[in-house]
Design a protein around this ligand. Structure first.
Ligand code: FAD
Length: 403
């Protein structure tokens, strides 16, 4: 495969990078100040301003492969842009490329009816509303998604939904108007055909956001990760996506591109940590030498560069495989990057924290927050062990007799 950037991608990279330097990085302190000053759970004016600027600059909805609604980029072409965005906490939203909306929009593009698209996809693409994905439940080990117990029962032309979800990212934001709910609808069906995805308006009677769940004390406001109760929530039967019992079919398609985005953002985050590590290690001295020259610090810098480059190439390879062979064939490659990227980012951030001394764990630098966010990616979208299981099974499958 050719890892070089096409002229189109090179142009977009330059424009996204320039936008980040001119608007996004300077907006970070403003964002945190606005969250701290007002109601934490209201959207900030600064991000709305950034969104308008990005849209005016033609840097909008850059994700969305194989659809005329996006920028017409493949996964491989979009990946380096996601990396640039990953350097800042607020960038993805500015470009309307943030999770979980991107995955949800892809689901609506591929599996939504014309009516669903009109009602939900259009405002999402316009950045007017946000959405969440409700799969994980506090009551069951959710790394095995066949465990989901929240259920939807058909009554005439409606679904009646009951259950408790948690870690529903984005549900605390008042702009979040839609949940893609994954729940049990066909308990007697084969194991992977018991669950369905159903569109649930967040303002439907019976939907209650109980509390935000902080991550190591960071609440990630105004986005947040919520516990949500659904109590006798009624939605039209037609809100089911693709059909009853086909939730896993959709999940397979949904998670592939989302993982590439997450991984490339992790790599961007690691790049920022390495940048901070280099600057800090050259700007301070101890025992008569620059920090960079002490002990094994130069090795830490070198190893960080090696690991980031390896992770990037692995992720680009997974993107390439998805584009050329499809998500199903690329299953092992996608699982590989999902393990590698957050772990590399964590290693690099940890080294950067160490070289910053006490400043590294303070809020004067973004490193502590970066660490907290990256640590969640070893769990979110499936824990490392589950992905290792996929990779291991794929390898062993080569040695099994063909059925
Ligand atoms: C910040 C954050 C955001 C999230 N956002 C969302 C969201 O928007 N929507 C959503 O639905 N979910 C979301 N999640 C939930 C996430 O996907 C789950 O936490 C994850 O799938 C694991 O499920 P669990 O927490 O129930 O852990 P469990 O299933 O209880 O697993 C616990 C541990 O058991 C071990 N384990 C599990 N399976 C295996 C295995 N096969 N082999 C070896 N060990 C294993 C692993 O160490 C695992 O971490 C989010 C989580 C976090 C932290």
């Amino acid at each position: 495969m050719d890892f070089g950037y096409s002229p189109k991608v090179q142009d977009l990279r330059e424009r996204v990078d320039a936008f980040m330097q001119e608007y996004v990085f300077p907006a970070e302190p403003v964002f945190f100040q606005q969250v701290a000053d007002g109601d934490r759970w209201q959207p900030t004016a600064i991000v709305e301003e950034l969104k308008q600027k990005a849209r005016d600059a033609g840097l909008w909805n850059l994700f969305l492969p194989e659809s005329e609604l996006g920028a017409g980029l493949t996964n491989l072409e979009y990946a380096p842009l996601a990396e640039l965005m990953g350097r800042s906490f607020i960038a993805s939203e500015a470009f309307n490329c943030s999770a979980p909306d991107t995955g949800n929009m892809e689901v609506l593009v591929r599996y939504g009816s014309e009516e669903h698209k009109k009602q939900w996809l259009e405002p999402l693409l316009n950045g007017e509303i946000r959405s969440c994905f409700g799969m994980t439940e506090p009551g069951v080990a959710s790394s095995d998604a066949t465990n989901m117990q929240a259920n939807a029962r058909r009554e005439g032309d409606e679904w009646v939904i009951n259950g408790r979800k948690w870690w529903t990212s984005g549900a605390c934001d008042p702009r979040c108007k839609l949940m893609i709910f994954m729940g049990l609808t066909n308990p007697d069906g084969p194991r992977h055909q018991q669950h369905s995805m159903i569109l649930v308006p967040m303002d439907a009677p019976g939907v209650k956001v109980v509390r935000p769940l902080p991550v190591f004390g960071y609440d990630d406001a105004p986005h947040g990760h919520a516990e949500v109760i659904l109590e006798n929530v009624r939605v039209p039967y037609s809100n089911v996506l693709l059909g009853e019992g086909r939730g896993f079919e959709i999940a397979q398609g949904r998670l592939g591109p989302g993982r590439i985005h997450h991984c490339m953002r992790s790599i961007g985050c690691a790049e920022r940590a390495l940048d901070l590590m280099c600057k800090r290690s050259l700007s301070r001295e101890a025992f008569g030498k620059k920090l960079a020259q002490l002990g094994g610090n130069i090795d830490h810098i070198a190893n960080s560069r090696i690991e980031i480059n390896q992770a990037r190439l692995l992720t680009l390879n997974a993107a390439y495989m998805m584009d050329t062979a499809g998500n199903k064939v690329a299953k092992s490659e996608i699982a590989q990057i999902k393990v590698v990227a957050p772990n590399v980012a964590l290693q690099v951030i940890d080294r950067a924290i160490q070289i910053h001394g006490g400043a590294g764990v303070s809020e004067d630098f973004p490193l502590a927050y970066m660490y907290a966010m990256q640590r969640t990616l070893r769990l979110a979208d499936g824990p490392d062990e589950v992905h290792r299981g996929t990779i291991g099974k794929h390898e062993l499958g080569k040695y099994m007799p063909k059925r």
